[in-house]
Write a new protein. Structure first.
Length: 163
């Protein structure tokens, strides 16, 4: 069995629902570290996955992207500053916060570029797959980036006794 903690970096202080559409959290990184990030930091070593929320964090990142599609949040903050080395998974890419603003192909490519290892429930799986293939073919997404995720996924499967 593999475990997952969610919804990084914290979805408890929101008045809206990302299932329906855009949600912004207007807290600084320091404010998040003082409250919302505490349970994540304390449990990184005890979990296999971190699920990233589709909230936007305009006081933390300047890319305008939902956390789940933001390299600033996933690669720089979660993996870099917080030193998380396990699997990162998106929340469902079929949710309103994503599918109202991005095609399935765009969301899949952005999610992988951001540092996610596993993409959940795209609105259109075939379009997402084709978008990723096209991004690799045109150099927008590297095979090395995908290989990083494959290594982490295989390691998690080995840990769970699935390999």
């Amino acid at each position: 069995m593999l475990t997952c903690i969610k919804h990084f970096p914290g979805h408890g202080d929101t008045a809206a629902d990302t299932h329906s559409g855009y949600v912004a959290v207007n807290k600084t990184w320091e404010e998040l570290k003082a409250c919302e990030l505490i349970p994540f930091a304390e449990n990184f070593e005890k979990t296999d996955f971190v699920m990233v929320a589709h909230i936007t964090l305009p006081l933390v990142t300047d890319d305008g992207l939902p956390a789940s599609l933001s390299a600033q949040l996933i690669t720089e903050k979660l993996r870099g500053e917080l030193d998380y080395s396990g699997l990162v998974v998106t929340d469902a890419l079929s949710m309103g916060a994503i599918n109202e603003a991005y095609t399935s192909a765009q969301a899949a490519v952005l999610a992988l570029q951001a540092g996610n290892d596993v993409l959940l429930m795209s609105e259109d799986y075939a379009a997402a797959f084709d978008g990723v293939v096209q991004a690799v073919e045109n150099g927008t997404l590297t095979e090395e980036r995908i290989d990083e995720s494959v290594r982490r996924i295989l390691e998690a499967k080995k840990t769970a006794g699935l390999l």
